[in-house]
Design a protein around this ligand. Structure first.
Ligand code: C2E
Ligand code: CA
Ligand code: CA
Ligand code: CA
Length: 278
């Protein structure tokens, strides 16, 4: 891109230009990604630590483009948020995730809960609750089987968050606070909201057993959840030490590579469908 110089001259920087062009190209490709069937979902199991039972899955969006290859959501979600295209992606994700629950039902795998991530842009727009109702009506999925994940900043920085959260509660859909502990939630504010789940951010789980600060934070979140009567789930659990620590401190639920990576729906069915009589 060209940047405006001191006297209004346009300075031309080849390095920046390369980046800018690359970004524009990616944005253009992203805009067509849904209609070209390049967007799809992977699902990561959420389990009860002691029994290993499947309690739900989280839908994680994927983009494969013939020219770009696989693009991480860490890259394209912020881009989609900037362009506003996140609303189309988010809508597609919500409907597809609900449809997938019914496909598993029919195939004999009862996944108790589907967690879907919402971006701040979707909530800000104000039309989220009706969209959720539409997705449920269109698929016939029971509201209690759907859980929406938002970060603390969505709750704290969206004017309409209170109305949105109450609307979700009225519909009967669950709400999880994602990446909990990394934002700036006011606990007093949180207490007024009908939130169901706190998800302990992966960054606090990573160095458990090595870093006493992270341990203290994880324990504090578990205690907080208990005292507020919320369910707590830890994300990013990769080894048995972390799982044992969580269980020892009263966190019964987890998600992470130890239990399964995000996978295609057929693979989830293969892995978990056969375990249903255990
Ligand atoms: P998130 O919501 O915090 O999702 C968890 C991320 O951690 C996922 O990365 C998941 O693959 C990864 N993960 C899970 N278990 C482990 C583990 O044991 N170790 C490590 N190192 N990583 C683990 P992913 O799929 O790349 O997604 C990144 C982020 O992109 C998500 O973070 C979320 O913020 C965003 N995202 C993904 N799908 C959607 C979507 O459908 N809508 C919106 N708005 N955002 C999405
Ligand atoms: Ca999430
Ligand atoms: Ca998270
Ligand atoms: Ca995260």
């Amino acid at each position: 891109a060209k940047s405006r110089g001191r006297n209004g001259y346009q300075f031309y920087s080849p390095a920046m230009d390369g980046e800018g062009v690359e970004r524009l190209r990616m944005e253009a490709l992203l805009r067509r990604a849904i209609e070209r069937n390049e967007i799809f979902l992977h699902y990561q199991p959420q389990v009860e630590i002691d029994s290993g039972k499947l309690i739900g899955v989280e839908a994680l969006v994927r983009w494969h483009n013939p020219e770009l290859g696989h693009v991480s959501p860490v890259r394209f979600i912020p881009m989609a948020e900037d362009t506003g295209f996140i609303n189309q992606i988010g809508e597609w994700v919500l409907f597809e995730a609900c449809r997938q629950m019914l496909r598993w039902d029919e195939a004999g795998l009862q996944v108790p809960k589907m967690a879907v991530n919402l971006s701040v842009r979707q909530v800000e727009r104000g039309a989220m609750a009706p969209l959720v109702e539409q997705a449920l009506a269109a698929t016939g999925l029971a509201p209690r089987r759907l859980q929406l994940e938002v970060t603390e900043s969505v709750i704290m920085n969206t004017g309409d968050a209170l109305a949105f959260v109450h609307a979700l509660h009225a519909i009967g859909v669950g709400l999880a606070i994602d990446d909990f502990g990394t934002g700036y939630s006011s606990l007093a504010y949180l207490k007024q909201l009908p939130v169901d789940v706190l998800k302990i951010d992966r960054s606090f789980i990573k160095d458990i057993a090595l870093d006493s600060n992270d341990e203290a934070i994880a324990i504090a979140i578990i205690q907080l959840g208990k005292s507020m009567n919320l369910s707590v789930i830890a994300e990013g659990v990769e080894n048995e030490e972390q799982a044992a620590f969580l269980l020892r401190h009263g966190c019964a639920r987890a998600q992470g590579y130890l239990y399964g990576r995000p996978v295609a729906p057929e693979e989830l069915l293969e892995t978990w469908g056969s375990r249903k009589h255990e």
